[in-house]
Design a protein around this ligand. Sequence first.
Ligand code: ADP
Length: 396
Amino acid sequence: MKILVINCGSSSLKYQLIDMEDKKVLAKGLAERIGIEGGRVKYEAAGKDEIVIEEMLADHKAALKIVLDSLQHAEYGAVKSLDEIDAVGHRVVHGGEAFAESVIIDDEVMKAINDNVEIAPLHNPPNIIGIEACKEIMGDIPMVAVFDTAFHQTIPALNYIYALPYEYYEKYKVRRYGFHGTSHQYITGRAAEMLGKDLDDVNLITCHLGNGSSISAVVGGKCYDTTMGFTPLEGLAMGTRTGDMDPAIVPFIMDKENLSTEEMSNVMNKKSGVLGISGVSSDFRDLEEAAEKGNERAQLALDIFENRVRKFIGAYLTEMDHCDGIIFTAGVGENSISTRERVIDGLASLGIKIDRDKNDMRGKEAVISADDSSIPVLVIPTNEELKIAMETAKLV
Ligand code: ADP
């Protein structure tokens, strides 16, 4: 079975064609700058050179058309015809309370995804456009929606209700939803396998640390708590997002700087986090380099980021009777040796210890804790595309 995985952003379309027999990626790539000058589609079939097609991409449909043409290209294609593709799996950011699992897309599902635009105005519209473009070009091929929020729907009310008037939950569905669910769920499954535990029996703290970051408390294989909230802005300090702060700061700054709600939202989403603190970059490699050269604010940004990761690990340990593993994943979690080391070194009072030699690697599945660590610490590279393909294959 061959599954096409599609992940649409507002001006981008990421894709992978995966053969489920051996979980091999047959082709992958990215269309970017959709709807603006300088559009291009990157395409790479397994074992072949990357191709870049530079062309104005009027909309997502135009981008998808080039992707599908490339996939069946006589010279560099990955399939002879589109008939070989059995189904399409779409990443959808917000499933709201309607979806605790992936679903086959039909009219009712589309309506529910559309209903969630109100609570996810930045995220769901591009996902909807991607689904519609696929439907137009690929006809009635089975399509599945895999939601970033679904894994978190098991979180109990004590962790999803905010201390606001309860009617805001009832009227506007203001509650914690959590994001990166596909990643947290994928590494939960892998961690259970690596630790030799039944999925229903495993308690974990999963740390997805990338440009956007979140940590989840997983109890009995199910999500019990997570750091992102109503939107992906809550929790850890991120590349450009604030994470937690006193909500009273929002009206105060809006007043002082004369900002509209949209402008303030832009500050909190795009100009804050480690970029805002350091003034250097949102990229952790740049920050590590600047800090090494003595840039104090870059060092402060890293310190703040790592300290919050530690604080949430500490907090989440109180939400489970024991913990079978602390897992690092995503760009920073998989690759930053120094971040992992400093986070774990700060947990010494809990008996959690890193093995410096084992930690000296990037981007591989490994146990990196010392043999006498009270809790095993693992690195598991995430694979959201594979998880989306697995969910799609399961449903169709
Ligand atoms: P996204 O949230 O966009 O999916 P990723 O999970 O790809 O993000 O993570 C991107 C982040 O990972 C960037 O800040 C990048 O600096 C960081 N990163 C990648 N490689 C390294 C590395 N070798 N050392 C430190 N940070 C790294």
